[in-house]
Design a protein around this ligand. Structure first.
Ligand code: C2E
Ligand code: MG
Ligand code: MG
Ligand code: MG
Length: 276
């Protein structure tokens, strides 16, 4: 009977499948609770200018500490939140919490360097009124868009390209910086890139990881930094774990880097102690 409920009778019953579904349903249920019980937290990871070694900003990364399951990765629960129509609520929680933290640092007299980057999921970006909602949350917190950068993946831009471009222009005009996350893993063509009002390309971690050992990956990193330069955009490498990677990236003209070599994502107070 489960197989029928799942796939209209075309699937055969598989225990792993139903376990997966049960787990997903459990996660979805717990997630709506988690937003109100302090189980969600933003961690902060610095972004570093390669030429000077100074901090250029930070990225807010969502963490969920479930009392039963322990730490659950956003890579696991964000797709579930998207599938269950919860990403709008979750995305607003993230932005409000980022604003609250930014305000709290300001009130402590701490100077946040550059912009704080927020990840927007593809589905969140596709919701009606997304640009207004984002601006309203920032305004209500008594902050300006100049405090923030918004990270979008290529998939967020592919659905309705014309609309995506309009929303991005609205956000740009309001004062947000925009970047394309995981760049190189999607399908954005050069023709689109030319029309997108973005500031930064974030080179996906999968290319950076083996760039010093896999020629093909090194060539991709070279191409993306070169492409960014020729479009007048900045480039930032994700997942830098060793000094040799940082040196190679600097030599390629990559502007910034982010990764465990410089600093891991950390809770707000730890981040502030080390970087603010
Ligand atoms: P992302 O935005 O591409 O974030 C980069 C991921 O790489 C983060 O994983 C970060 O912790 C990890 N990372 C950073 N430096 C290194 C390194 O040197 N080595 C390795 N191996 N990993 C490194 P995380 O925090 O697990 O987040 C995974 C993804 O979940 C993010 O990828 C983003 O797509 C999504 N995500 C996280 N927070 C949010 C959020 O608030 N909203 C939305 N919509 N998505 C989020
Ligand atoms: Mg990101
Ligand atoms: Mg990324
Ligand atoms: Mg990623």
């Amino acid at each position: 009977y489960r197989a029928k409920a799942l796939g209209g009778g075309h699937l055969t019953y598989q225990p792993e499948m139903s376990a997966g579904l049960a787990e997903r349903m459990q996660i979805a249920e717990n997630l709506s609770r988690a937003m109100n019980t302090g189980e969600l937290e933003l961690y902060y990871q610095p972004k570093i200018r390669l030429a000077t070694g100074t901090v250029s900003g930070a990225e807010a990364l969502l963490r969920w500490n479930d009392p039963e399951c322990g730490l659950i990765s956003p890579a696991k629960f964000i797709p579930i939140a998207e599938a269950r129509g919860m990403i709008g609520t979750l995305g607003k929680w993230v932005l409000r919490e980022a604003c609250r933290q930014m305000k709290a640092w300001q009130e402590l007299g701490l100077q946040f360097p550059g912009r704080l980057a927020i990840n927007l999921s593809a589905q969140q970006f596709e919701e009606t009124g997304v640009a207004d909602n984002i601006q309203e949350i920032v305004r209500a917190a008594g902050l300006t868009p100049a405090c923030f950068e918004l990270e979008l993946t290529e998939s967020a831009l592919m659905g309705n390209v014309q609309r995506a471009i309009e929303v991005m222009h609205t956000l740009k005009r309001a004062g947000f910086a925009l970047s394309i996350d995981d760049f190189g893993t999607g399908y954005s063509s050069l023709a689109y890139l030319k029309r997108l009002p973005v500031d930064t390309l974030k080179i996906d971690i999968s290319f950076v990881r083996d760039m010093l050992t896999v020629r093909h990956d090194y060539n991709i990193v070279t191409t993306i930094t070169g492409m960014a330069r020729s479009f007048g955009l900045r480039s930032i490498a994700e997942g830098v774990e060793e000094s040799a990677q940082a040196e190679a990236l600097l030599a390629l003209g990559c502007d910034e880097a982010q990764g465990y070599y410089f600093g891991r994502p950390e809770p707000a107070h730890v981040f502030a102690q080390r970087w603010l």
